[in-house]
Ligand binder design. Structure first.
Ligand SMILES: C[S@@+](CC[C@H](N)C(=O)[O-])C[C@H]1O[C@@H](n2cnc3c(N)ncnc32)[C@H](O)[C@@H]1O
Length: 281
């Protein structure tokens, strides 16, 4: 059985243009087949029959609709895990978090704002929350550490809100951390501790929507990892400009290990850690 809908060239071009304008995600010719697989179900669920009817059904570029959410949920790639990318984790653990704590400490306590932009189901955001808990220890309750976990995909945000994960997404986590920060619900489900869950605020935010990103200001640590790869140069530039504006002076930003600012933004200072690089405002 063919699991895909074969897109004619004019259908492919119109659909990818629509998706690009709404999300910044750009489907290249190489990724055409993935789009063909993903769009088949949307056409059948909506009864639209062809791409031009479907685009009409989605509505104008300024509208937000349930079907637009369904489309985003279908086309985004949400691969993630706890403690993903050991070298990045080590830089944040050993250098960045101690520096943020030192800088933000006022009379024994302080406030920290982290933005995990494109956080998928929240593993990245909860990893940062656990790392702050490990550093602050008994002081944790005196601090206000807010980790805003945003994504365009509502399905993954729902998972983030539950705080319940499988053993597979915890594969890079030490058994000791798993035991101290999670409750084993049943065979392969683990729930994050309530105080750690309370540190993470999941919210829907489209990185292409400048107005909705603007509220995440005064950020100490910004993670925008493994999402820029889906954007073209213009979208990257736009998003990185917002990231720069939203960071505090001295705040850090990290991209995915295969991503770079090179050629897109000169505002940030490059910071070298052992086997990892970060960016500083
Ligand atoms: C591969 S995941 C990365 C998750 C996590 N940052 C990590 O590195 O493990 C990419 C995420 O980007 C989200 N995304 C794609 N386009 C977006 C946009 N325009 N605005 C916000 N999130 C977006 C997807 O929904 C997906 O969850």
């Amino acid at each position: 059985m063919d699991r895909s809908y074969k897109l004619a060239d004019d259908e492919f071009n119109s659909l990818r243009e629509y998706i690009y304008k709404r999300s910044g995600i750009f489907f290249t010719e190489k990724n055409r087949f993935q789009l063909e697989i993903k769009i088949k179900e949307r056409l059948s669920d909506t009864g639209c029959g062809n791409i031009f009817n479907y685009i009409n059904y989605l509505g104008s570029f300024n509208n937000s609709s349930d079907e637009l959410n369904n489309l985003f949920n279908a086309i985004t790639v949400n691969e993630t895990s706890f403690f993903r990318d050991r070298k990045f984790i080590s830089a944040v653990e050993k250098n960045v978090i101690p520096e943020i704590i030192k800088t933000n400490k006022v009379l024994g306590f302080g406030q920290v704002r982290v933005w995990s932009a494109a956080s998928s189901s929240g593993e990245e955001a909860y990893t940062i929350a656990i790392m702050f808990a490990e550093h602050l220890k008994s002081e944790l309750s005196k601090w206000t550490v807010r980790i805003i976990a945003t994504d365009i995909n509502e399905d993954v945000l729902k998972s983030c809100r539950t705080g319940i994960y499988s053993g597979y997404s915890m594969r890079n986590m030490s058994p000791d951390i798993r035991q101290r920060y999670f409750r084993h619900i049943d065979s392969d489900r683990y729930e994050i501790r309530d105080d750690i869950k309370a540190m993470v605020i999941p919210e829907k935010c489209n990185l292409m929507d400048y107005e909705s990103c603007r509220k995440y200001k005064g950020i100490d640590l910004l993670l925008i990892r493994n999402v820029l790869i889906y954007f073209d140069a213009e979208s990257k530039q736009k998003v990185l400009k917002t990231c720069f504006e939203n960071l505090k002076a001295g705040g850090y930003m990290f991209l995915g290990h295969a991503e770079t600012l090179f050629g897109f933004n000169n505002d940030f200072k490059l910071v070298h850690f052992v086997n990892a690089i970060g960016y500083k405002k």
